[in-house]
Write a protein that binds this ligand. Sequence first.
Ligand code: PRX
Length: 661
Amino acid sequence: MSDVDDKITSLLSEKRLFEPPLEGREAAVVGSLQSYEESYRRSMEDPEGYWAQRANELVSWFQPWHTVLDADLYQPEVRWFDGATLNVSYNCLDRHLKNGKRDKLAIIWQGEPEEEVRTFTYGELYEQVCRCANVLKKMGVRKGDRVSVYLPMIPELAITLLACTRIGAIHSVVFAGFSAMSLQNRIQDCEAKVLVTADAVLRAGKVIPLKPNADEALEQCDSIEQCLVVRRAGLTVRMQSGRDSWWHEAMAADGISPTCEPEPMDAEDTLFILYTSGSTGKPKGVVHTTGGYLTYALHTTQWVFDLRDEDIHWCTADIGWITGHTYILYGPLGLGKTSVMFEGVPTYPGPDRFWQLVEKFRVTIFYTAPTVIRALMRYGDQPLRGKDLSSLRILGSVGEPINPEAWMWYHLHVGGGRLPIVDTWWQTETGGIMISPLPYATPLKPGSATRPLPGVDAAILNEEGKPAQPNEGGHLVIRRPWPGMLRGVFGDPERYRTTYFEGFPGFYDAGDGARCDEDGYFWIMGRLDDVINVSGHRLGTAEIESALVSHPHVSEAAVVGMPHPIKGQAVYAFVTLNAGVEETTELLAELRVHVRTEIGPIASPDVIQYAPGLPKTRSGKIMRRILRKIAADDFSDFGDISTLADPGVVDDLIKGKEASG
Ligand code: PRX
């Protein structure tokens, strides 16, 4: 774990402590460290009692459960709230209407063009969701069917997801920046019946066609019967008769009622599937279920963001990722609060876009990623000048470790030196935040996600599976089930077991390296598997490698992460060409385009280096440790390379790198 140790050394020197603000404590859900500690203790002493109480406080159930928890992490088999029934859209909509919130704003949507704002009260959203649910039903979607959703950040995305939950269909969102091929793989894997997509995506002033990607993907997707298309940009698109229909026509069609009974779902019925990268070439369909996920989403939203009725909550993620699922949609709407949804990017038309929107909507809770902070830091404080950010109350960070410099900039320039930053550690698999400060209770150390939330039994284990000493780096595991945990990898129970429960039997293995200091604060160091984190997006190196070798000129490829000042990590690819193929700069460009087409722009390598040979052991395993060092320009100590089949390749690679500049 030498990379991890290096990082530990630099973070260990971080000694600053920031006390939570006094102002606002009285009204906070958790207003003191003592009250956090009491809840934590109770949740460990009586987890079932704790979660039963939270589930009752936060969620409206149609039928109560007979068993709070039935779990065996060795199998693994986990069931929460067995016997209970509920409906997620009922919890996000109907019950708020009954509680006098019909006219409260549920969603404030800001399109990329400044003048395009659409708002939805709970009453309006309810009607749209019911209509969409009826449209899906008319298309033949039934409880348990999968619906793939390939949409930009427009209100129809939120409406579609809630509509799926209303009728018990399982949604699977595919980030609109993914390629046709990625979409196709995901649709094929979950055998979706319907695809919801749009004509185009608006991004940084450009109109990027989306429907052609969907068409290409659908050429090989036999399971898809119908495709619903939202008109976002007014592009002319090909509509395949019998398969494709327009959203605006379908929603307004005769007989589409503005009401729809919510389907009672079992607590353990699947709510959604969301694909994420792992250490093999094939993304995993992470399965979340209804009762546990919703309870956990509401619990964490309420605690970590201290969400109140008057709050305007803005999570800048895309709903294509888990952060958007939980903290744009289900958490805030389940609690009956107001959520901002933004279509654009942080730097268009200028680097003040976020701050201008904070001012415009009087945002109170602002949740973003370290990569965004680092990108905006480059512009200094000029874009912030003259902006009224006085509405802000809490800042959040997610997706990757936040370096202390970025933390300080965020705290000082955005938070005026007074706002708490909640650095939230979690994963697609965990459903919601696991380790995080509570804004009015936890003293902060920049760069640390601080302490686990109640109910989260987090620990660091060393290679032998024993608890690590304070400050000793190791594997981050969770030692008991929590309601929001994944319940499977879609269609692949074996992969579910081996990925998360084999490394440390009886525990959930997060795949992250971390350490815990003498105060019980967790410091996350990054992935320990072959997954890299580029701008907060998880990419499997194996996925990029298989995209590269699918190019006719490539015989072999090895991809590693390299440190990057803004993205956190960048993609560095070593590529061996087929015999007789010339190493040209044109081919490098072509390979980049190839990865974009195969996976999507986020996976496009930042650097590709031609490698006549790769450092392999005699058994043929690539020693990535060596490649990571070369990518990071660290040619000092390669450790033991005597097991390499041909140690000479290391020098060749260094020379190749130096030669290419
Ligand atoms: O390595 C951790 C990193 O992001 C991974 C999870 O990625 P994903 O499933 O895409 O979900 C991202 C948003 C929840 C983790 O295994 N990560 C996430 N949050 C943090 C983090 N690393 C350090 N600090 C964080 N706050």
